[in-house]
Design a protein around this ligand. Structure first.
Ligand code: ADP
Ligand code: MG
Length: 262
């Protein structure tokens, strides 16, 4: 995987940095809820095509970080730049940027009254203004990609948790995202269903998708991530190659976390 060729900065289109191979850049990010400071100065960068796994204890701020990356939460201070657009700039039309970011949550959040196909076509039609035939064509292609060609007519309640999460991933992919954010996508699944979802994520990574993944699946982090970020208490304690962070952590806090989850 790895970053694409380094290039110049601005391209004159108002998307300064879009050509430099950076998918996500977070600088000095802080987020408070009332008196509680949840993110206490986060700096990191994700290159195009890179897979970064975020690990850390419950309450360390992982979900808040992901939610700041697509502005589901508004940072208290700091900047977030996604695909060359500084989304923390109040002038930016966040909806335009957000549609370039796929997001998959722990709870699958499918529309219960729509079939798998309907779940994949609705945003394509409403947001991307694709016509019915084109939306259905893309939907079927994405369902095939997650191995669910035979389930296009099924409603969420008729699908297993693993199948529902694969539909949720396909739904995000139907929007042709430039990057994908995953927040503990397998945490709500029965253990025997985790593998099928991780396999889909692994194939996306192999195809070069830029991915920021909060996960407790250490084998996935070790095998698929280009880089692992360990967060605790609203800061990045350490980051580096998976074999270093997971295999030979430098910090006592990382070691004690890994001792609990491995
Ligand atoms: P993680 O995903 O690592 O478990 P979170 O980002 O969900 O951590 O939460 C970090 C901290 O922020 C927790 O103490 C949580 O209770 C708090 N928090 C998260 N969202 C909100 C919110 N909307 N309002 C108040 N506190 C919140
Ligand atoms: Mg979380």
């Amino acid at each position: 995987m790895g970053s694409s060729a380094a290039g110049g900065g601005g391209d004159g289109s108002g998307r300064a940095g879009a050509g430099d191979g950076t998918a996500i850049e977070v600088r000095g990010l802080r987020k408070s809820f009332g008196d509680l400071e949840v993110l206490r100065g986060i700096d990191f960068r994700v290159a195009r095509g890179e897979v970064v796994c975020v690990i850390g204890p419950s309450g360390s701020g992982k979900s808040t970080l992901l939610r700041c990356v697509n502005l589901l939460e508004e940072p208290t201070s700091g900047t977030v730049t996604v695909a060359g657009v500084e989304i923390t700039d109040p002038e930016v039309d966040i909806d335009r940027v957000r549609r370039r970011i796929g997001m998959v949550f722990q709870s699958f959040n499918l529309f219960p009254h729509l079939s798998a196909l309907g779940n994949l076509t609705i945003a394509q039609r409403r947001v991307l203004r694709r016509d019915k035939a084109e939306a259905a064509r893309v939907a079927r292609e994405r369902l095939a990609r997650v191995g669910l060609t035979d389930k296009e007519s099924a409603y969420p309640a008729q699908l297993s948790g693993g199948q529902q999460q694969r539909v949720a991933i396909a739904r995000a992919l139907a929007m042709d995202p430039e990057l994908m954010l995953f927040d503990e996508p397998t945490s709500a699944l029965d253990p025997e269903l985790v593998g099928e979802v991780l396999a889909v994520m692994r194939s996306l990574a192999d195809e070069g998708m830029t991915m920021l993944v909060v996960t407790h699946e250490m084998s996935f982090a070790r095998e698929v991530a280009d880089r692992v970020v360990f967060m605790d208490g609203g800061v990045i304690v350490e980051e580096g190659a998976p074999e270093q962070v997971v295999g030979a952590p430098r910090h006592a806090r990382t070691r004690s976390f890994l001792a609990r989850v491995l």
